[in-house]
Write a new protein. Structure first.
Length: 150
């Protein structure tokens, strides 16, 4: 029996996951149902997929509740170490960038015209970055969605 471009005797293994997740069209669901009635191999795989989905759905991946986890991620120690980490990272980037800029500016291998073009490109990018950063910092104060959790 032929259904569309598929022979009903073909295995429907690639559709089984979508069947369990409810992602198939009605025609595909009927195809899988009919096939699994006659195919022990696919029926067994379907049973295992359903058991796996149920096991994963019941799994508790953390001993901490979601509220406790959020509290532990927002305590003062975490905030302080995160801020210190960012400051050290930014200072390192500025140091490396400064060394690169000085090397670039005082290099005799690159012509002045090329230096000006490169400075214009990166200067424009920096100006855009700081413009967007400033705008986000200003909007952050009045953003009514900043505390919305998804």
């Amino acid at each position: 029996m032929v259904n569309g471009n598929r022979n009903i005797d073909d295995h429907v293994g690639e559709l089984l996951s979508g069947y369990v997740d409810g992602e198939l069209t009605q025609q595909q669901r009927q195809l899988v149902s009919l096939h699994c009635e006659n195919c022990d191999e696919c029926s067994e795989i379907l049973t295992r997929l359903r058991e796996l989905r149920q096991t994963i759905g019941q799994a508790h991946l953390s001993e901490l509740g979601e509220d406790k986890w959020r509290e532990s991620m927002n305590d003062n120690t975490v905030k302080t170490t995160r801020q210190i980490g960012w400051l050290i990272f930014i200072a390192g980037l500025l140091a490396v960038g400064g060394i690169g800029i000085v090397g670039f500016l005082f290099s005799d291998e690159i012509k002045m015209g090329m230096k000006l073009i490169i400075i214009a490109v990166y200067g424009g990018l920096a100006a855009l970055f700081f413009s967007v950063l400033r705008q986000r910092l200003i909007e952050r104060k009045s953003d009514k969605y900043k505390d919305v959790e998804i």
